[in-house]
Ligand binder design. Structure first.
Ligand code: FAD
Length: 388
């Protein structure tokens, strides 16, 4: 890629560390690595002008799961794994707040709610969840208090989940479980805050360049991009669901989520974040006059990253998403945005953080909770890189 003297000798000189992917994980890893090795020359290579993964396309829930998800996890994974998951989400959010600051990421401690409709399956699920609330609270509340209590002292003694009949009446739900520890961030502000922090830390960001492959070259790595070759001593792959394109057999694949943003009558829906259908669907307010509604990967629509927006599966998905949103919000006259975002998922719900060869590391497979855990995952990757 470097062609002229100034490029090859200086601007695109070999890096100490190159990170592929400017999502939350890649950006967090770069910042934490610079704290450990202030003199290192660190470069991030990103294929898109800003980013093209979950990081710029998410819903901005600062969440740790819902009561229904916790009950599921308790039954399927057991107590220890549930607690491990909740702890990593709480620590991840705490890491992000420490790294970037509450104001910079537009953090709002709005509270979250899990909604159960009048449908038979939802009524049954609500009964199960409500019956299990003491057990859920015993498992989850002490972890949230321990990790986030200092940030949010008002909630120190709060349960993690409790019945909220008042909110149920307001939103027309059969039952509502409040999640007082939950909040929301402004995703755009978070990404900008990361960029400002990277610039301050002297991390070299190269956008619009796709990494195609890499191979060892002497004691360095040669990175092949669609614009030529770059060299680096260490390499970290942070491309989430796309990682198996670069490291074969990596157990992660891209899975789509569809999202819409609609205009609503100002103040017609109470501020906050909302989980539906055990977290497969989600809704949040964007100020007083818009809501974001998304998810639906359990509906099984089969999309490919290259599908055009008028492809039939996308249209079917949008129709189903709109109908479900309208069942809660009433007719939506103006839908202002629709988009697809890609999750990285695999056999296990935990992220994959590791090393496949000397100098070649990865931190991928963030699932649906990367806003919460991504910063911490980046920190762990940076620690591994610095201690190699
Ligand atoms: C619709 C949606 C809603 C979500 N809502 C929430 C939420 O409310 N709360 C929550 O906690 N989590 C949420 N998530 C999950 C969260 O956004 C992700 O888990 C997180 O952003 C993943 O971060 P990442 O850095 O691992 O990967 P990504 O953000 O996917 O970043 C990977 C980057 O790598 C780049 N890349 C890929 N291949 C290459 C290549 N070959 N060369 C160069 N660059 C490459 C991509 O362009 C991308 O920018 C949501 C995700 C989606 C899709």
């Amino acid at each position: 890629m470097p062609t002229g003297y100034w490029e090859s000798e200086y601007l695109l000189r070999p890096a100490d560390l190159t990170i592929v992917g400017a999502g939350i994980v890649g950006m967090s890893a770069a910042l934490h690595f610079k704290k450990l090795r202030p003199d290192a020359h660190v470069r991030i290579i990103e294929r898109a002008p800003i980013s093209a993964g979950g990081t710029t396309r998410n819903a901005g829930f600062a969440c740790f799961g819902s009561a229904g998800e916790w009950l599921d996890d308790l039954q399927v994974l057991g107590l220890a794994k549930l607690q491990e998951l909740v702890q990593s989400r709480a620590e991840g959010l705490s890491d992000m707040l420490q790294l970037l600051g509450e104001e910079a990421i537009g953090m709002s401690w709005s509270g979250g709610w899990e909604l159960f409709s009048e449908r038979d399956t939802d009524v049954r699920l609500a009964q199960q969840v409500i019956r299990a609330l003491p057990e859920i609270n015993e498992a989850v509340a002490p972890i949230l208090a321990k990790v986030l209590g200092h940030i949010h002292p008002r909630l120190q003694d709060s349960p993690a989940a409790l019945i909220d009949k008042h909110r149920a009446r307001k939103v027309g739900a059969h039952q509502t479980v409040a999640l007082p520890w939950e909040g929301m961030i402004h995703t755009g502000k978070m990404v900008e805050a990361f960029h400002r922090a990277l610039d301050r830390a002297n991390v070299h960001r190269v956008h619009g360049v796709q990494v195609q492959s890499f191979h060892p070259k002497g004691d360095q790595w040669a990175i092949q991009t669609h614009q030529g070759q770059l060299l680096t001593s260490q390499l970290a792959v942070c491309t989430n669901g796309m990682a198996s394109d670069l490291i074969p057999k990596m157990d992660t694949r891209p899975v789509p989520n569809r999202v819409l943003v609609a205009k609503i009558k100002p103040g017609s829906w109470p501020l906050g974040t909302y989980h539906l259908d055990r977290g497969y669907l989600y809704l949040r307010t964007l100020g007083q006059s818009h809501v974001l509604f998304g998810g639906g990967r359990h509906w099984g629509h089969d999309l490919a990253p290259a599908d055009p927006v008028n492809a039939q599966p996308i249209q079917d998905w949008d129709a189903q998403l709109t109908a479900t949103a309208e069942s809660w919000l009433g007719p939506l006259d103006t839908i202002t945005h629709r988009w697809t975002g890609w999750l990285g998922v695999g056999q296990d719900r935990r992220p994959l953080i590791g090393q496949t060869q000397p100098g070649l590391h990865h931190a991928v497979r963030l699932g649906g909770m990367g806003v919460a855990i991504g910063t911490k995952v980046g920190r762990e990757l940076a620690t591994n890189l610095a201690s190699e």
